[in-house]
Ligand binder design. Structure first.
Ligand SMILES: Cc1ncc(COP(=O)(O)O)c(C=O)c1O
Length: 442
């Protein structure tokens, strides 16, 4: 897969989260996409086992979304949303609100998951201040959490390579819960692991250490994706909710990956029947057609901020030039309509057992030390090579791509999270290809 673009010069684009020199020596270029497939620059088709980057939940280049974006580009290319508005921004907010848990129907738009997370953290701080509890400034994240790359996100996040170079400049007043990943107890769990709910009790310990009156919010991914598919133990999220409620701490779910159908429901909050105070969203909010992120805020949070002060005063000094950009809004409305028309969340739910079976069929494949799954997401953890962590999964990723299947890897963990339109045969093909590739690598 070394076909190069016309200019043959890849040097100008400094690629994100990429080994630039390695990639540019042997590039993998995608030139078009439709439905479940990408087409690479050498013409071969690649089955999208990852919904791009966990985001194209309705499949690629869907006609309805393309048409909506094209029409909006031709009629309203840009409109400010500071002290101005445009109709699609309000309509997009209403569509998103419709599928959020009851009460979380106030939608603040951003342009990415990172911005959504930083927005949620700022809203949490502003909420406490508006209620006269401005001393609540501490934020609690979790080890192995991924909350994007803003300074807020990497501070509450728990992935050390993402923090290392910036460690002197992270936000202060942060603490972290332990992560919940434990293969000794939970290897090869199907769905939620049975062991580990007690890890939520660490929050009580942190609350006692810092005093509840200093803590603003706890942020977790209900299912952690980027850090290697970590499924919450049974009862864990419920326990976090109880402790937050008891101490007046806001609970933020980062649903940038789980939002819009990944677990067979609109949100992980709905799936787990645990309602946070704020939800960070992005990616599938508009099927990733145009960059967009959002925060769904509980009315109690919104009202505490927006009902404070004079009606003529700006309540929250925060926002982005492109908040609710017309093209992103048009794509969000079309994507939400498509999810609804095709009943895609229910489809993901229906496919989940077949997906689980196909994933766990890899349990006896070479190098596999764990398989875990929930909804339409699965993680396959490999034994690492001595002195070369990540090298084996990288090789599997490259060979799968060459064999026409896109998989994601993090360290030595491989992840599948296909568009919700995936067919059962395609699920079999994804995992079957990985089995063959696993047998071919050292
Ligand atoms: C849980 C979570 N939060 C935040 C982000 C950051 O989103 P973005 O890359 O759009 O900034 C991601 C991206 O994968 C994510 O998985």
């Amino acid at each position: 897969m070394t076909a190069r673009p016309a200019s043959d010069d890849l040097s100008n684009f400094w690629m994100p989260f990429t080994a630039n020199r390695q990639f540019k020596a042997a590039p993998r270029l995608l030139v078009s996409a439709r439905g479940m497939y990408y087409r690479a620059s050498d013409g071969h088709e690649v089955l999208d086992g990852c919904a791009g980057l966990w985001c194209v939940n309705a499949g690629h280049c869907r006609d309805e979304i393309v048409a909506a974006v094209q029409a909006e580009a031709a009629s309203l290319d840009f409109a400010p949303t500071f002290q101005m508005g445009h109709p699609l921004a309000f309509e997009a907010a209403a569509k998103v609100a419709e599928v959020m848990p009851a009460g979380l129907d106030r939608i603040f738009f951003a342009n990415s998951g990172s911005e959504a997370v930083d927005t949620a953290l700022k809203i949490a701080l502003a909420y406490h201040r508006a209620r006269g509890e401005g001393q609540r400034t501490r934020l609690i994240g979790r080890e192995r959490g991924y909350h994007g790359v803003g300074f807020g996100g990497i501070s509450v996040g728990g992935i050390s390579p993402n923090r290392k170079a910036f460690s002197g400049s992270l936000l202060g007043n942060i603490d972290h819960l332990s992560h919940t990943h434990n293969l000794e107890h939970n290897a090869f769990s199907k769905g939620q692991p049975a062991w580990g709910a007690h890890l939520a009790d660490e929050l009580e310990r942190l609350v006692m250490l810092h005093d509840p009156s200093t803590i603003a919010a706890v942020i977790v991914e209900p299912v952690a994706g980027s850090t290697g598919v970590l499924i919450p133990p049974q009862g864990y999220l419920q326990r976090l909710r109880e402790i937050c409620t008891k101490h007046g701490i806001l609970l933020i779910f980062d649903e940038v990956i789980t939002g819009f159908g990944r677990l067979g429901r609109a949100t992980a909050s709905e799936y787990f029947a645990v309602t946070p105070d704020l939800i960070a969203l992005a990616k599938a909010i508009n099927n990733a057609a145009v960059p967009m992120g959002a925060v769904a805020a509980g009315r109690h949070v919104h009202d505490a901020i927006v009902q404070s002060g004079m009606p003529s005063a700006i309540e929250l000094f925060h926002g982005y030039t492109y908040s609710a950009h017309p093209l992103a809004s048009a794509a969000a409305i079309a994507a939400q309509d498509l999810y609804c028309k095709e009943n895609l969340f229910a489809r993901a739910d229906r496919l989940a057992p077949a997906f689980e079976r196909a994933a766990h069929a890899l349990a006896d494949a070479p190098h596999v030390k764990d398989v875990r799954n929930l909804g339409l997401v699965a993680g396959i953890e490999l034994e690492s090579r001595v002195d070369a962590p990540g090298a084996r999964a990288y090789e599997v990723f490259v060979k799968c791509f060459e064999a026409g299947v896109l998989v994601r890897y993090t360290g030595d963990i491989l992840a599948f999270s296909p568009p919700l339109i995936v067919e059962e045969e395609q699920i079999e093909h994804m995992f079957g290809t990985m089995r063959k590739v696993l047998a071919s690598v050292q």
